[in-house]
Unconditional design. Structure first.
Length: 415
């Protein structure tokens, strides 16, 4: 996965998942749709084990990622793990393609999966693949269309028929204007200056900015505003050199204390992590998570979640700093568990609080699923940046640009 500034990040692409039984032809179809061999195909059922991702431009939608999944009827203990990964993919999909072999036809198995898509409100189409083996009559097609409840198409990757039609169906039925809200674009006007504080320390990647910083810069310049990038020790000098105050200062959370001290009170201040939490989920809900941390008691469990995997430093924020801060707030006898990447525990009910990263590598659908399931289980959830701001006594200031979240902080009710 290339996170070059020339690549649209995976989390910003419309995710299109292919689902169906083993050997339905999902891998062949994704190869035909993307015009490249990206998935291993064979006549052996269950060739695809882990999800396979392929990015492309699909106009007029724009950047998309096709995701090929393991068969939903995979067998055995390993098969159940693959099916679980397939459902992890479903959570992040903006669009689903259900694939069945035309000879096997549409069974109760596919019907039940389509019902799930409808319940989850995921736009979708049904593809009967391998139509070179014999296409149904017009009467049979009419019956199939009525029974399946979602748009139906026929393809043959063997002779290439129906591939363009499936692409057109994605364009026609996808809600591709349902994009993620702006990161910072709604907080600035054309011509405004925004200062981004980006520390360069041992955790900073060599030769480049991290993804949240890249995406924030892009959002600012799309608004025809001006992004000024500086390190925390140069912030004071940068502010003094401006003819007018910036519209907002955005900092890496770990430099919050120094940046807050050097930013005059009248200038709005927040962090990259808080911006991402707002874009992808619910800041007011994250505030409740902070309040719940204050009420932790010995024996409570806390889950720390990162949306990506990375090499951990000796003073890693997720593994070392956050547990240390929470023990300082709540006392020593708190139990910690960790999750990273696409993996998210199925059962989170044992935890009192989840502390999540900003989620720059996850799309809004996935983050909202995580917040929603936490709420349903009575588990509180908060965010790295908010916890850091709270520990350093500046959370109220960091939430100043977001009135609803600030109100939730001032409200004493956890309900």
């Amino acid at each position: 996965m290339n996170n070059s500034m020339n690549e649209t990040p995976m989390a910003s692409r419309m995710a299109i998942g292919l689902f169906g039984k083993r050997n339905a032809g999902k891998s062949s179809l994704i190869n035909a749709l993307t015009g490249q061999s990206v998935a291993v195909i064979s006549d052996v059922a269950g060739t695809t084990t882990d999800p396979v991702y392929k990015t492309m431009e699909l106009l007029p939608i724009g950047p998309v990622v096709f995701i090929d999944t393991a068969g939903l009827d995979d067998a055995g203990e390993l098969g159940l793990l693959r099916i679980e990964k397939t459902y992890e993919v479903l959570r992040k999909c903006h669009f689903a393609i259900v694939v069945a072999d035309i000879e096997t036809g549409i069974t109760a198995f596919e019907q039940e999966f389509v019902d799930q898509l409808i319940q989850r409100k995921i736009p979708s189409v049904f593809v009967l693949n391998k139509s070179d083996k014999g296409e149904p009559t017009k009467e049979e097609i009419d019956i199939l269309r009525k029974s399946i409840k979602i748009p139906l198409s026929f393809t043959s990757v063997y002779n290439g028929s129906g591939i363009k039609a499936v692409k057109q169906m994605i364009i026609d039925h996808a809600n591709y204007e349902d994009v993620e809200p702006a990161l910072v674009g709604d907080l600035v006007e054309s011509g405004d200056m925004v200062i981004l504080v980006t520390p360069i320390d041992k955790s900073a990647p060599k030769g480049r900015l991290i993804l949240p910083q890249q995406q924030t810069i892009r959002d600012i310049i799309e608004k025809d505003a001006v992004a000024i990038v500086t390190k925390e020790h140069e912030l004071k000098h940068t502010l003094e050199g401006l003819n007018k105050p910036p519209a907002i200062v955005i900092t890496d959370s770990q430099a919050f204390l120094k940046v807050s001290a050097d930013t005059p009170p009248g200038i709005p201040l927040t962090s990259f992590s808080i911006l991402f939490a707002r874009q992808k989920s619910d800041l007011a809900e994250m505030v409740k998570g902070i309040k719940r941390i204050e009420q932790l008691v010995p024996g409570d469990k806390v889950l720390i979640v990162e949306g990506c995997t990375h090499h951990r430093q000796s003073d890693d924020i997720g593994k070392v700093k956050i547990p240390r801060w929470i023990r300082q707030i709540a006392g020593g006898d708190i139990e910690f568990n960790w999750a990273a990447g696409a993996h998210y525990p199925k059962d989170i009910s044992e935890y009192a609080v989840i502390v999540h990263c900003g989620g720059c590598m996850l799309n809004r659908r996935e983050m909202q699923y995580r917040v929603r399931t936490a709420r349903q289980k009575g588990v509180y959830i908060t965010n790295y940046g908010m916890l850091i701001a709270y520990v350093q006594g500046i959370l109220s200031r960091a939430l100043e640009p977001f009135p609803a979240a600030k109100l939730a902080l001032e409200d004493n009710d956890l309900a």
